[in-house]
Design a protein around this ligand. Structure first.
Ligand code: PBG
Length: 327
């Protein structure tokens, strides 16, 4: 029965009515905060292209973790920036590596915090690619063993979950079997299942010092044009044993998220990446957009598209807003 009987504005009249019929809600438990940890001592260094986000040495993490926990956030994902890089990224599986140290520190400060680690060699290799090289090519199968060692090393240090982001074929299976053999059959894998070769990672590469020395990542990360292939990637990671699957980036890929939500039952994560963060910060600094309103709108859109979990540099800011609203 259309207008004048049907009037959708009836349920928009007041804030209380709008709240009752709101279909999508954000909650701090579904936000994951990325943390950059840098080898060394006494380091707290803001990343110029990501205002409000800093790199911390493990000894300076305490206050940051306390703040994250006090905002009601329950999980972080760690990225390491080692002192020394080599062709195979061996610092990635050093038991005293920067991520391994950071995990132990966080577990002391906040034992309940879910510590997820990014598993990828690009921050650790001298050439900046996500795997070992065979000539100018990234060798798939030779990389799997290194990723598996890295995942086991993180787990031995106390990580609660590992998140492979390298896009090698078969890495979820390799990591699952290495964890199981190492006695960590209870540790879940969140795979960056559909990770696109994206210009939106620009600021992250500055933050993590992981820009490839030659070429680009298009021989392993996905072509932004391919939605059907993204479904195959997600399906295969699930078959290989992924517990949570991710689409990355988020905003330019909301259709991929929506389709993944419809096709698969697994928990679905989206990565609201560094470039998406930087664009908002840059425009807001010029007064061109209202950051207060745009951040919840963006994060709500990612959830509405189908994500259960959102990895976002806005997690602290958003959790703060949600806390204020709840008061
Ligand atoms: C590592 C990795 C990247 C990001 C997460 N893990 C960079 C890349 O693939 O080049 C990007 C995150 C962001 O842009 O916020 N492979």
């Amino acid at each position: 029965m259309p207008y004048p009987t049907e009037r959708l504005r009836r349920l928009r009249r007041t804030g209380a009515l709008r709240g009752m019929v709101q279909e999508t809600r954000l909650h701090p438990s579904s936000l994951i905060y990325p943390l950059f940890v840098q080898e060394g001592k006494g380091i707290v260094e803001e990343i110029s292209s990501m205002p409000g986000v800093s790199r911390f040495s493990p000894d300076r993490l305490h206050a940051e973790i306390a703040e994250i926990a006090s905002l009601g956030l329950g999980s972080v994902i760690l990225f390491g920036i080692p002192d020394k890089k080599d062709p195979t990224g061996s610092a990635a599986f050093d038991e005293n590596g920067v991520v391994q140290q950071a995990i132990r520190t966080i577990k002391q400060e906040a034992p309940e915090m879910v510590v997820i680690t990014d598993v990828c060699l690009c921050e650790y290799t001298s050439h900046g690619h996500c795997g070992v090289l065979d000539g100018q090519e990234v060798a798939n199968d030779a990389t799997l063993d290194l990723l598996a060692r890295m995942a086991v090393s993180h787990t031995e240090a106390g990580a609660d979950m590992v998140a492979p982001s390298d896009m090698m074929d078969g890495r979820v299976r390799a990591i699952r079997s290495a964890l199981d053999q190492g006695g960590f059959s209870g540790v879940p894998i969140m795979s960056y299942a559909a990770k696109f070769a994206s210009a939106f990672y620009g600021p992250f590469r500055e933050a993590a010092e992981s820009t490839p020395a030659f070429g680009d990542r298009r021989s392993y990360q996905m072509d932004p044009a391919n939605r059907r292939e993204a479904m195959r990637e997600i399906g295969l990671d699930i078959e290989e044993g992924a517990d949570i699957v991710m689409v990355k980036p988020a905003l330019a890929y909301l259709d991929v998220l929506r389709e993944a939500r419809e096709r698969f039952e697994h928990p679905l994560a989206a990565y609201n990446v560094s470039g998406e963060y930087a664009m908002v910060k840059a425009a807001a600094a010029r007064g061109w957009i209202d950051e207060e309103r745009i951040v919840p709108e963006i994060l709500t859109s990612i959830k509405r598209a189908g994500a259960d979990l959102i990895i976002t540099y806005f997690a602290k800011e958003m959790a703060g807003k949600l806390e204020k609203k709840a008061d």
